[in-house]
Design a binder for this molecule. Structure first.
Ligand code: ADP
Length: 673
């Protein structure tokens, strides 16, 4: 079979042709059944008819024999012709089938005769002599047989224009052992049928005497015609002649359901065809449902295969019952390897097995995991670890019963890498910003360092002069030198402190959260703030509320925020028309959400304030209005504050200027509420 030909025989076509063959076979079978049932029923009817004909023939025989006996009785006492006539008339009254009785002598001459009282004389028109040949034939045979004999039938026309078929019967008479004439009886064939046959047969059938070629000689019964006629005929053997008796029967309408068997078979056939039709309909519905199911499954599979989220289903014992391709790809194990794995899955890092088992036990005990998911670490087949975000939910079946757990996994290693990258770049940016601040401060620094250095060199020059002066008494000298050296040491220490404060500020280190008191934070930046304040003639006010709890923060970062804000505030007041230059640093305790104690830091100035168009872009990186500015300060400040969970806002100061406010968590719970 060629490939093309095979492709034609699609499953649908094959199924369709199978159905056609089945329907054809069933229809053929049913038609045959109906036909056979009809045939069987017809044969039954025919058999019954045959039996009826047999009975009819024997009825006729018996009737004729009885008649012969009655006729013989006429001659018992050798009656006179008159007496004979009277008895014969009585006999004719009883037997309608006999229409004439004659007593003839040996030479067949008529001695006496009687006609039936039921009809006008039959032989009136034809003349009795015309029948002599039949009488002669019958009597010759009768004499030969020494018993009754019959002539062939013949037609007798009558005066009323009709006629009838009659038959002669001749009975030889004997007297003292010698022939003593004949008794001739004329039978009317139609009356034989009506009088000698059983009533039942006559009711339901049409009975007739026929000739060999089928010509009907006498008929009795209802000439009804149905769609099917059953016929049976039988030869009736009489001494001297033969008669053919034919019985016709018919089947009542409707012809197709004449009896229970056929009706039953037909009903069964209809039921079978209906069942077949219903089955076909059901099959079509099933096929449609199957097709839809296949489409839905294909769609589901396509969806599962294209998902990048890993999916895993576990039963209530913690065994894996399903994983999607994304999960297999994530952990590097095949579907077959993962299926059925239980409380120690192959993608669990060995060092976490006990922790994960505990987590599973909690889950299996019926505790729901957090809705937002939780992070975990899995191991690939090659042994490498990677972080995953797991979201787990109970697996509920169609009946609403929990059959296990369904989990979704996201490989967050890439996300982690990006976060790490942005964190380091953020740190670098902050370091750069710090260096930039230092750069800005370099001139202030040199100015500030000048004072201690000038003082040191002054004290040093003074000390040298003292040592060169011969007038100076020894003890006095010692005391003066000691004083100068103390001053020098003080000034050197002051210079060292200035350098250290800058050094501390610049030093880049990893983010560490620690508890620091607000005062410490303010103190750390004050030397640097004072440097600039002195140059710009700004008065610095520090107002830290007493008994403020420590702040949990990255100290360096928060110090830089404070310093940036203070620097911006002082620069905003560096205008000729700003007469009163006050920088106020304030720390207050506020209560906030989550019953955690929060601290509020504010940096206020009496500067020029912020124009509305500047306000829009204030926190955009690299936005600045200053010639030497970098525009990174405020954007960094906001990032740092938000990283700590706080917020940075600004508002106009009263009577003028701006106040920047930011909040930080204290790490101490508010127990007063
Ligand atoms: P930079 O100080 O390098 O310009 P910032 O991000 O710290 O960068 O500040 C951005 C801009 O915000 C400043 O150029 C200034 O115009 C404005 N600004 C910041 N603080 C104040 C303030 N206290 N008063 C008025 N303007 C301010």
């Amino acid at each position: 079979m060629s490939q093309r030909w095979r492709s034609w025989i699609s499953p649908a076509w094959r199924r369709g042709s199978l159905w056609s063959v089945l329907v054809l076979l069933v229809v053929a079978l049913l038609a045959m059944l109906v036909w056979l049932a009809g045939l069987y029923e017809a044969s039954q009817v025919q058999n019954r008819l045959e039996r009826d004909v047999n009975e009819a023939v024997s009825d006729l025989h018996n009737g004729l024999v009885r008649n012969v006996q009655s006729l013989q009785a006429l001659h018992f006492n050798e009656p006179s012709p008159n007496l004979w006539s009277a008895e014969a008339a009585a006999l004719l009254r009883e037997h309608r089938e006999l229409i004439r009785l004659e007593w003839r002598d040996d030479a067949q001459r008529l001695l006496a005769h009687t006609d039936t009282p039921f009809r006008p004389p039959v032989f009136e028109r034809m003349g009795r002599d015309m029948a002599l040949p039949e009488i002669g034939q019958a009597c010759t045979t009768a004499r030969r047989l020494s018993g009754s004999a019959y002539s062939g039938s013949y037609f007798v026309p009558m005066t009323d224009g009709l006629g009838m078929e009659v038959m002669e019967m001749c009975l030889p008479l004997a007297s003292g052992g010698l022939p003593a004439g004949f008794l001739v009886a004329t039978y009317a064939l139609p009356e034989m049928l009506s009088s000698l046959l059983g009533r039942q047969l006559k009711l339901n059938h049409e009975v007739s005497f026929t000739e060999a070629d089928g010509t009907r000689l006498a008929i009795h019964g209802t000439p009804r015609r149905g769609s099917r006629i059953f016929t049976s005929q039988q030869l009736m053997d009489l001494p001297g002649t033969n008669l053919i008796l034919r019985v016709d029967s018919w089947r009542a309408a409707p012809d197709l359901f004449p009896n229970v068997l056929t009706a039953l078979v037909t009903a069964l056939a209809i039921a079978l065809v209906s069942v077949l039709a219903l089955l076909g309909k059901d099959m079509r519905r099933r096929l449609k449902a199957e097709r839809e199911l296949a489409e839905a499954l294909a769609f589901r599979k396509a969806m599962e295969d294209s998902l990048i989220t890993g999916l895993r289903a576990r039963d209530l014992q913690g065994r894996i019952t399903y994983v999607n391709p994304a999960f297999c790809q994530m952990v590097g194990f095949s579907y077959g390897e993962l299926l059925g794995q239980g409380m120690e899955a192959s993608y669990w890092p060995p060092e976490f097995v006990s922790e994960y088992q505990q987590r599973q036990a909690i889950r299996l005990a019926g505790n729901s995991p957090p809705r937002e998911g939780f992070e975990s670490v899995f191991m690939r087949k090659d042994g490498s670890r990677f972080p995953v975000l797991i979201m787990e939910a109970p697996l509920i079946d169609a009946l609403g019963v929990q059959t296990g757990w369904m989990s979704a996994f996201l490989d967050i290693s890439e996300q982690r890498r990006v976060e790490e990258l942005s964190r380091t770049s953020q740190e670098r940016l902050q370091a750069t910003a710090r260096l930039a601040t230092v750069g800005e401060m370099a001139s202030l620094l040199s100015h500030e360092l000048n004072q201690p250095l000038a003082a040191i060199s002054g004290y040093a020059a003074g000390s040298i002069n003292l040592l060169h002066d011969p007038q100076h008494a020894r003890t006095e000298l010692n005391a003066d030198l000691l004083g100068a050296l103390h001053r020098m040491a003080e000034q050197a220490e002051r210079a060292g402190k200035i350098i250290k404060s800058v050094h501390d500020f610049v030093r880049r280190r990893e983010q560490v959260r620690e508890a620091v008191s607000p005062q410490q934070l303010v103190d750390a930046i004050l030397p640097l703030v004072n440097l600039q304040a002195r140059k710009l003639s700004v008065r610095v006010q520090v107002d830290v509320a007493p008994e403020t709890p420590p702040v949990v923060c990255d100290r360096t970062m928060v110090e830089q925020v404070l310093l940036n804000l203070a620097r911006n505030a002082m620069q905003a007041m560096d205008q000729a028309h700003v007469k009163e230059r006050v920088l106020r640093l304030r720390v207050r305790l506020v209560r906030s959400v989550g019953r955690m104690k929060w601290l509020e830091f504010s940096v206020a100035d009496l500067g020029v304030g912020i124009a509305p168009d500047v306000q829009q872009q204030l926190f955009n990186p690299f936005f600045t209005t200053k010639a030497e500015g970098m525009g990174l300060g405020l954007s960094l400040c906001r990032t740092v504050v938000e990283q700590h969970g706080g917020a940075l806002v600004f508002e106009p100061n009263v009577p003028q200027g701006t106040v920047f406010i930011f909040t930080l968590p204290s790490g101490v719970m508010d127990t007063s509420a």
